[in-house]
Ligand binder design. Structure first.
Ligand code: HEM
Length: 391
Protein backbone atom coordinates (compact mmCIF):
# COMPACT_ATOMS: atom_id res chain seq x y z
CA UNK A 1 0.00 0.00 0.00
CA UNK A 2 1.16 3.54 -0.71
CA UNK A 3 2.38 5.57 2.26
CA UNK A 4 1.45 9.24 2.56
CA UNK A 5 3.34 10.86 5.46
CA UNK A 6 1.90 14.27 6.32
CA UNK A 7 3.07 17.34 8.24
CA UNK A 8 0.60 19.91 9.47
CA UNK A 9 2.68 23.03 10.16
CA UNK A 10 2.85 26.38 8.31
CA UNK A 11 6.42 26.34 7.03
CA UNK A 12 6.16 30.05 6.20
CA UNK A 13 5.06 31.30 9.65
CA UNK A 14 7.37 33.73 11.49
CA UNK A 15 8.24 31.10 14.04
CA UNK A 16 9.35 28.56 11.41
CA UNK A 17 11.09 31.15 9.21
CA UNK A 18 13.28 32.19 12.14
CA UNK A 19 14.03 28.62 13.23
CA UNK A 20 13.13 26.14 10.49
CA UNK A 21 15.56 23.38 11.40
CA UNK A 22 13.50 21.34 13.93
CA UNK A 23 10.70 21.27 11.35
CA UNK A 24 13.05 20.14 8.60
CA UNK A 25 14.27 17.34 10.83
CA UNK A 26 10.67 16.27 11.48
CA UNK A 27 10.00 16.27 7.72
CA UNK A 28 13.13 14.20 7.04
CA UNK A 29 12.16 11.71 9.74
CA UNK A 30 8.65 11.34 8.39
CA UNK A 31 9.79 10.09 5.01
CA UNK A 32 11.30 10.57 1.57
CA UNK A 33 8.42 12.86 0.57
CA UNK A 34 5.96 14.45 2.99
CA UNK A 35 2.59 16.00 2.22
CA UNK A 36 2.34 19.52 3.69
CA UNK A 37 -1.29 19.73 4.82
CA UNK A 38 -1.35 23.52 5.08
CA UNK A 39 0.24 24.16 1.70
CA UNK A 40 -1.19 21.32 -0.42
CA UNK A 41 2.20 20.37 -1.77
CA UNK A 42 4.90 17.82 -1.06
CA UNK A 43 8.22 18.50 0.65
CA UNK A 44 11.43 16.63 -0.03
CA UNK A 45 13.87 17.15 2.83
CA UNK A 46 16.44 14.35 2.62
CA UNK A 47 19.73 14.88 0.85
CA UNK A 48 19.68 11.88 -1.50
CA UNK A 49 16.06 12.44 -2.52
CA UNK A 50 16.59 16.16 -3.07
CA UNK A 51 19.60 15.47 -5.31
CA UNK A 52 17.68 12.82 -7.24
CA UNK A 53 14.74 15.18 -7.74
CA UNK A 54 16.96 18.05 -8.85
CA UNK A 55 18.78 15.87 -11.36
CA UNK A 56 15.49 14.52 -12.78
CA UNK A 57 14.70 17.92 -14.30
CA UNK A 58 12.48 16.36 -16.99
CA UNK A 59 10.18 14.99 -14.25
CA UNK A 60 10.57 17.77 -11.63
CA UNK A 61 10.00 20.67 -14.00
CA UNK A 62 10.57 24.39 -13.37
CA UNK A 63 8.59 25.74 -16.34
CA UNK A 64 5.40 25.97 -14.28
CA UNK A 65 7.18 28.23 -11.79
CA UNK A 66 9.29 27.49 -8.73
CA UNK A 67 7.21 29.45 -6.20
CA UNK A 68 4.66 28.00 -3.78
CA UNK A 69 1.71 30.16 -4.88
CA UNK A 70 -0.31 30.21 -8.10
CA UNK A 71 -0.16 33.94 -8.73
CA UNK A 72 3.64 34.05 -8.86
CA UNK A 73 3.85 30.83 -10.82
CA UNK A 74 1.39 32.18 -13.37
CA UNK A 75 3.56 35.27 -13.85
CA UNK A 76 7.05 33.86 -13.74
CA UNK A 77 7.68 31.39 -16.57
CA UNK A 78 10.01 32.49 -19.33
CA UNK A 79 13.05 33.43 -17.30
CA UNK A 80 16.02 31.14 -16.70
CA UNK A 81 15.01 30.04 -13.21
CA UNK A 82 11.50 29.08 -14.30
CA UNK A 83 12.16 27.35 -17.61
CA UNK A 84 12.92 23.84 -18.87
CA UNK A 85 15.10 22.57 -21.72
CA UNK A 86 15.41 23.31 -24.56
CA UNK A 87 14.52 26.95 -23.69
CA UNK A 88 16.52 26.76 -20.45
CA UNK A 89 19.64 25.49 -22.23
CA UNK A 90 19.51 28.40 -24.63
CA UNK A 91 18.76 31.08 -22.01
CA UNK A 92 21.48 29.80 -19.72
CA UNK A 93 24.10 30.60 -22.37
CA UNK A 94 22.82 34.17 -22.62
CA UNK A 95 22.32 34.88 -18.90
CA UNK A 96 25.56 33.24 -17.76
CA UNK A 97 27.81 35.24 -20.11
CA UNK A 98 28.88 37.98 -17.66
CA UNK A 99 29.10 35.47 -14.79
CA UNK A 100 31.75 33.14 -16.22
CA UNK A 101 35.11 33.06 -14.43
CA UNK A 102 36.72 34.74 -17.46
CA UNK A 103 34.34 37.69 -17.28
CA UNK A 104 34.72 37.86 -13.49
CA UNK A 105 38.52 37.96 -13.75
CA UNK A 106 38.19 41.56 -14.95
CA UNK A 107 36.52 42.76 -11.74
CA UNK A 108 38.40 40.47 -9.35
CA UNK A 109 41.15 43.00 -8.51
CA UNK A 110 38.55 45.68 -7.75
CA UNK A 111 36.54 43.37 -5.48
CA UNK A 112 39.66 42.23 -3.63
CA UNK A 113 41.01 45.76 -3.14
CA UNK A 114 37.61 46.97 -2.00
CA UNK A 115 37.32 44.12 0.52
CA UNK A 116 40.78 44.96 1.91
CA UNK A 117 40.05 48.63 2.50
CA UNK A 118 36.63 47.79 3.95
CA UNK A 119 38.15 45.50 6.59
CA UNK A 120 40.77 48.16 7.42
CA UNK A 121 38.02 50.72 7.99
CA UNK A 122 35.98 48.34 10.14
CA UNK A 123 39.00 47.45 12.27
CA UNK A 124 39.35 51.12 13.14
CA UNK A 125 35.84 51.15 14.60
CA UNK A 126 34.89 50.10 18.14
CA UNK A 127 32.01 48.05 16.78
CA UNK A 128 29.89 47.84 13.66
CA UNK A 129 26.95 46.05 12.12
CA UNK A 130 28.08 42.87 10.38
CA UNK A 131 25.27 43.06 7.84
CA UNK A 132 24.75 46.77 7.10
CA UNK A 133 28.44 47.74 7.30
CA UNK A 134 30.13 44.59 6.06
CA UNK A 135 28.00 41.95 4.31
CA UNK A 136 26.11 44.49 2.18
CA UNK A 137 29.18 46.40 1.09
CA UNK A 138 30.50 44.49 -1.95
CA UNK A 139 27.09 43.46 -3.34
CA UNK A 140 25.78 47.02 -3.08
CA UNK A 141 28.85 48.98 -4.08
CA UNK A 142 30.08 46.72 -6.90
CA UNK A 143 27.57 44.05 -7.97
CA UNK A 144 24.63 46.44 -8.23
CA UNK A 145 26.75 48.55 -10.58
CA UNK A 146 27.60 45.47 -12.65
CA UNK A 147 23.89 44.74 -13.12
CA UNK A 148 23.72 48.15 -14.72
CA UNK A 149 20.41 49.81 -13.76
CA UNK A 150 20.22 53.61 -13.72
CA UNK A 151 20.83 55.04 -10.21
CA UNK A 152 17.24 55.21 -8.95
CA UNK A 153 16.65 51.55 -9.78
CA UNK A 154 19.98 50.53 -8.35
CA UNK A 155 19.07 52.12 -5.01
CA UNK A 156 15.84 50.07 -4.87
CA UNK A 157 17.36 46.71 -5.74
CA UNK A 158 17.51 45.40 -2.15
CA UNK A 159 13.85 46.18 -1.47
CA UNK A 160 12.89 44.63 -4.79
CA UNK A 161 14.97 41.48 -4.29
CA UNK A 162 13.54 40.81 -0.82
CA UNK A 163 10.04 41.22 -2.28
CA UNK A 164 10.81 38.84 -5.15
CA UNK A 165 11.90 36.15 -2.72
CA UNK A 166 8.80 36.71 -0.57
CA UNK A 167 6.74 36.12 -3.68
CA UNK A 168 8.27 32.65 -4.01
CA UNK A 169 6.45 31.65 -0.81
CA UNK A 170 2.85 30.61 -0.17
CA UNK A 171 -0.01 33.14 -0.12
CA UNK A 172 0.51 34.97 3.17
CA UNK A 173 0.86 38.52 4.47
CA UNK A 174 4.47 38.66 3.30
CA UNK A 175 3.48 37.74 -0.25
CA UNK A 176 0.68 40.34 -0.12
CA UNK A 177 3.06 43.06 1.03
CA UNK A 178 5.61 42.09 -1.64
CA UNK A 179 3.26 42.27 -4.59
CA UNK A 180 2.94 46.09 -4.91
CA UNK A 181 6.73 46.44 -4.60
CA UNK A 182 7.33 43.99 -7.42
CA UNK A 183 4.63 45.61 -9.59
CA UNK A 184 6.23 49.04 -9.03
CA UNK A 185 9.68 47.70 -9.91
CA UNK A 186 8.42 46.00 -13.07
CA UNK A 187 6.85 49.28 -14.18
CA UNK A 188 10.14 51.02 -13.48
CA UNK A 189 12.07 48.38 -15.43
CA UNK A 190 9.82 48.66 -18.48
CA UNK A 191 10.07 52.46 -18.49
CA UNK A 192 13.62 53.09 -17.30
CA UNK A 193 15.75 49.99 -17.91
CA UNK A 194 15.80 50.81 -21.58
CA UNK A 195 18.82 50.42 -23.79
CA UNK A 196 19.67 54.14 -23.75
CA UNK A 197 19.45 54.43 -19.94
CA UNK A 198 21.20 51.29 -18.60
CA UNK A 199 24.97 51.31 -18.02
CA UNK A 200 26.65 50.38 -21.32
CA UNK A 201 28.99 47.79 -19.76
CA UNK A 202 26.37 46.25 -17.45
CA UNK A 203 24.71 42.83 -17.51
CA UNK A 204 21.39 44.27 -18.66
CA UNK A 205 23.10 45.98 -21.62
CA UNK A 206 24.44 42.48 -22.43
CA UNK A 207 20.84 41.30 -22.80
CA UNK A 208 20.19 44.07 -25.34
CA UNK A 209 23.35 42.97 -27.16
CA UNK A 210 21.94 39.43 -27.25
CA UNK A 211 18.87 40.86 -29.00
CA UNK A 212 21.13 42.42 -31.65
CA UNK A 213 22.84 39.09 -32.13
CA UNK A 214 19.48 37.43 -32.69
CA UNK A 215 19.90 35.23 -29.59
CA UNK A 216 16.78 36.46 -27.78
CA UNK A 217 13.78 38.62 -28.64
CA UNK A 218 13.43 42.20 -27.45
CA UNK A 219 10.38 41.24 -25.33
CA UNK A 220 12.47 38.67 -23.44
CA UNK A 221 14.86 41.30 -22.07
CA UNK A 222 12.65 42.38 -19.21
CA UNK A 223 11.88 38.80 -18.22
CA UNK A 224 15.56 37.87 -18.18
CA UNK A 225 16.50 40.95 -16.14
CA UNK A 226 14.78 39.19 -13.25
CA UNK A 227 17.47 36.52 -13.27
CA UNK A 228 19.97 39.25 -12.40
CA UNK A 229 17.91 41.54 -10.19
CA UNK A 230 16.38 39.01 -7.81
CA UNK A 231 19.26 36.79 -6.78
CA UNK A 232 22.42 38.86 -7.21
CA UNK A 233 22.46 40.77 -3.92
CA UNK A 234 20.54 39.34 -0.94
CA UNK A 235 21.71 35.77 -1.40
CA UNK A 236 25.35 36.82 -1.15
CA UNK A 237 24.71 39.37 1.60
CA UNK A 238 23.10 36.66 3.70
CA UNK A 239 25.89 34.19 2.92
CA UNK A 240 28.56 36.69 4.03
CA UNK A 241 26.48 37.43 7.14
CA UNK A 242 26.33 33.71 7.95
CA UNK A 243 30.10 33.40 7.53
CA UNK A 244 30.67 36.22 10.03
CA UNK A 245 28.15 34.86 12.48
CA UNK A 246 29.53 31.33 12.27
CA UNK A 247 33.17 32.34 12.66
CA UNK A 248 32.13 34.58 15.57
CA UNK A 249 30.49 31.59 17.22
CA UNK A 250 33.35 29.18 16.45
CA UNK A 251 36.65 30.95 17.34
CA UNK A 252 38.56 27.65 16.99
CA UNK A 253 37.49 27.46 13.33
CA UNK A 254 38.58 31.06 12.74
CA UNK A 255 41.97 30.31 14.29
CA UNK A 256 42.28 27.22 12.09
CA UNK A 257 41.37 29.14 8.94
CA UNK A 258 44.01 31.76 9.72
CA UNK A 259 46.57 29.01 10.16
CA UNK A 260 45.46 27.19 7.01
CA UNK A 261 44.06 29.83 4.63
CA UNK A 262 43.88 27.30 1.79
CA UNK A 263 40.67 26.12 3.49
CA UNK A 264 38.82 29.29 2.46
CA UNK A 265 36.89 27.62 -0.37
CA UNK A 266 35.82 24.82 1.94
CA UNK A 267 34.83 27.26 4.68
CA UNK A 268 32.55 29.03 2.20
CA UNK A 269 30.91 25.75 1.20
CA UNK A 270 30.48 24.75 4.83
CA UNK A 271 28.72 28.04 5.67
CA UNK A 272 26.42 27.66 2.65
CA UNK A 273 25.69 24.07 3.71
CA UNK A 274 24.94 24.87 7.32
CA UNK A 275 23.03 28.11 6.73
CA UNK A 276 21.70 27.89 3.19
CA UNK A 277 20.54 31.38 2.14
CA UNK A 278 17.83 29.91 -0.15
CA UNK A 279 15.75 27.47 1.89
CA UNK A 280 13.84 25.88 -0.95
CA UNK A 281 12.16 26.23 -4.34
CA UNK A 282 9.35 24.16 -5.84
CA UNK A 283 8.90 22.04 -8.95
CA UNK A 284 5.86 20.45 -10.64
CA UNK A 285 5.76 16.77 -11.57
CA UNK A 286 5.44 16.08 -15.29
CA UNK A 287 4.65 12.41 -14.57
CA UNK A 288 3.85 10.16 -11.60
CA UNK A 289 6.85 9.52 -9.39
CA UNK A 290 7.30 6.97 -6.61
CA UNK A 291 9.81 7.56 -3.88
CA UNK A 292 10.29 5.17 -0.95
CA UNK A 293 6.86 3.64 -1.56
CA UNK A 294 5.21 7.09 -1.55
CA UNK A 295 3.36 7.89 -4.76
CA UNK A 296 3.35 11.45 -6.09
CA UNK A 297 1.12 12.31 -9.05
CA UNK A 298 1.49 14.24 -12.30
CA UNK A 299 0.80 17.92 -11.61
CA UNK A 300 1.68 17.75 -7.89
CA UNK A 301 3.84 20.59 -6.63
CA UNK A 302 6.94 19.63 -4.65
CA UNK A 303 9.01 21.86 -2.38
CA UNK A 304 12.67 20.88 -2.50
CA UNK A 305 14.30 21.95 0.74
CA UNK A 306 17.99 22.64 0.07
CA UNK A 307 18.41 23.89 3.65
CA UNK A 308 17.08 20.61 5.01
CA UNK A 309 19.03 18.36 2.66
CA UNK A 310 22.18 20.16 3.76
CA UNK A 311 21.55 19.14 7.37
CA UNK A 312 20.42 15.57 6.68
CA UNK A 313 21.93 13.31 9.32
CA UNK A 314 21.71 10.45 6.77
CA UNK A 315 24.41 12.27 4.77
CA UNK A 316 26.42 14.35 7.26
CA UNK A 317 28.03 13.48 10.58
CA UNK A 318 27.07 16.02 13.24
CA UNK A 319 25.27 18.12 10.59
CA UNK A 320 24.65 21.04 12.95
CA UNK A 321 28.34 21.60 13.61
CA UNK A 322 30.38 24.20 11.67
CA UNK A 323 33.48 22.33 10.53
CA UNK A 324 35.65 23.85 7.81
CA UNK A 325 37.50 20.55 7.32
CA UNK A 326 34.36 18.66 6.31
CA UNK A 327 34.31 17.00 2.86
CA UNK A 328 31.64 18.95 1.04
CA UNK A 329 31.48 18.09 -2.62
CA UNK A 330 27.75 17.50 -2.75
CA UNK A 331 25.92 20.10 -0.66
CA UNK A 332 22.92 21.61 -2.46
CA UNK A 333 23.11 25.18 -1.13
CA UNK A 334 23.64 26.42 -4.70
CA UNK A 335 21.13 23.88 -6.04
CA UNK A 336 22.12 20.91 -8.19
CA UNK A 337 21.74 19.84 -11.82
CA UNK A 338 20.84 22.11 -14.71
CA UNK A 339 19.48 24.92 -12.50
CA UNK A 340 22.52 25.05 -10.23
CA UNK A 341 23.29 28.66 -9.41
CA UNK A 342 24.62 30.53 -12.41
CA UNK A 343 26.03 33.30 -10.16
CA UNK A 344 27.90 31.09 -7.72
CA UNK A 345 31.37 32.01 -9.00
CA UNK A 346 30.61 35.65 -8.36
CA UNK A 347 29.17 34.90 -4.92
CA UNK A 348 32.24 32.81 -4.08
CA UNK A 349 34.56 35.57 -5.32
CA UNK A 350 32.91 38.10 -3.00
CA UNK A 351 32.97 35.75 -0.01
CA UNK A 352 36.55 34.70 -0.68
CA UNK A 353 37.67 38.33 -0.96
CA UNK A 354 36.08 39.25 2.36
CA UNK A 355 37.50 36.21 4.17
CA UNK A 356 40.97 36.62 2.68
CA UNK A 357 41.05 40.28 3.72
CA UNK A 358 39.95 39.26 7.23
CA UNK A 359 42.46 36.42 7.50
CA UNK A 360 45.31 38.88 6.91
CA UNK A 361 44.07 41.41 9.44
CA UNK A 362 41.53 40.12 12.00
CA UNK A 363 42.60 37.90 14.86
CA UNK A 364 39.36 38.01 16.84
CA UNK A 365 35.71 38.26 15.83
CA UNK A 366 33.48 39.18 18.75
CA UNK A 367 29.71 39.07 18.52
CA UNK A 368 28.34 41.82 20.75
CA UNK A 369 24.66 40.96 20.93
CA UNK A 370 21.85 38.84 19.60
CA UNK A 371 21.55 38.88 15.79
CA UNK A 372 18.17 39.62 14.22
CA UNK A 373 16.92 37.27 11.51
CA UNK A 374 15.25 38.69 8.40
CA UNK A 375 11.74 37.34 7.92
CA UNK A 376 11.47 36.27 4.31
CA UNK A 377 9.41 33.49 2.74
CA UNK A 378 12.41 31.87 1.06
CA UNK A 379 15.65 33.52 2.14
CA UNK A 380 17.39 32.84 5.41
CA UNK A 381 19.77 35.45 6.72
CA UNK A 382 20.52 38.10 9.29
CA UNK A 383 19.23 41.65 9.22
CA UNK A 384 21.63 42.91 11.87
CA UNK A 385 24.64 41.47 13.68
CA UNK A 386 26.47 43.68 16.20
CA UNK A 387 30.11 42.75 15.99
CA UNK A 388 33.70 43.84 16.68
CA UNK A 389 37.01 42.92 15.04
CA UNK A 390 40.43 43.02 16.74
CA UNK A 391 43.81 42.93 15.06
C1 HEM B 1 25.61 32.80 -1.88
C2 HEM B 1 24.88 33.28 -2.86
C3 HEM B 1 23.90 32.48 -3.66
C4 HEM B 1 23.19 31.34 -3.33
C5 HEM B 1 23.21 30.59 -2.01
C6 HEM B 1 22.39 30.99 -4.48
C7 HEM B 1 21.57 29.88 -4.54
C8 HEM B 1 20.94 29.44 -5.69
C9 HEM B 1 20.18 28.23 -5.79
C10 HEM B 1 19.89 27.27 -4.65
C11 HEM B 1 19.76 28.11 -7.08
C12 HEM B 1 18.98 26.93 -7.68
C13 HEM B 1 17.58 27.26 -8.10
C14 HEM B 1 16.76 26.04 -8.49
O1 HEM B 1 17.13 24.91 -8.15
O2 HEM B 1 15.70 26.22 -9.08
C15 HEM B 1 20.23 29.27 -7.79
C16 HEM B 1 19.99 29.54 -9.13
C17 HEM B 1 20.28 30.76 -9.71
N1 HEM B 1 21.07 31.78 -9.20
FE1 HEM B 1 21.94 31.80 -7.39
N2 HEM B 1 22.63 31.90 -5.48
C18 HEM B 1 23.55 32.82 -5.03
C19 HEM B 1 24.07 33.88 -5.73
C20 HEM B 1 23.69 34.27 -6.99
C21 HEM B 1 24.20 35.42 -7.69
C22 HEM B 1 25.28 36.37 -7.18
C23 HEM B 1 23.56 35.47 -8.89
C24 HEM B 1 23.81 36.52 -9.94
C25 HEM B 1 23.05 36.87 -10.87
C26 HEM B 1 22.63 34.33 -8.94
C27 HEM B 1 21.79 34.00 -9.99
C28 HEM B 1 21.08 32.82 -10.09
C29 HEM B 1 20.27 32.46 -11.26
C30 HEM B 1 20.02 33.32 -12.48
C31 HEM B 1 19.77 31.16 -11.02
C32 HEM B 1 18.89 30.33 -11.95
C33 HEM B 1 19.78 29.34 -12.68
C34 HEM B 1 19.02 28.39 -13.58
O3 HEM B 1 17.82 28.21 -13.40
O4 HEM B 1 19.67 27.79 -14.48
N3 HEM B 1 22.75 33.63 -7.78
N4 HEM B 1 20.96 30.07 -6.93
Amino acid sequence: MNRRPTYDVDLYSNEVVVNPYPHYRAIRDLGEAVWLEQHSMWAIGRHLDARNALSAHNIFISGKGVAANNLSNGNSPGNLLASDPPLHTHLRKVVSKPLHPKALARIKPRIEASAGSLIDRLLARKSFDGILDLAQFLPISIVSEMVGLPDAGRRNMLEYAAAVFDLFGVDNTRTEAALPIVIKMRKYLSEQATRDKVLPEGWIAGLYDAVDLGLIKQEQVQTLMRDYLGPSLDTTIFAIGHLLHLFGQYPDQWKLLRQEPNRVGNAINEAIRLESPIRGFTRVLSQDYTIGGIKLFTGDRVLILYASANRDERRWDEPEKFDICRVLTDHVGFGYGIHQCVGMQLARLEMRSVLTAMIARVSKIKILGAPVYAKNNVLRGLETLPIKFSR
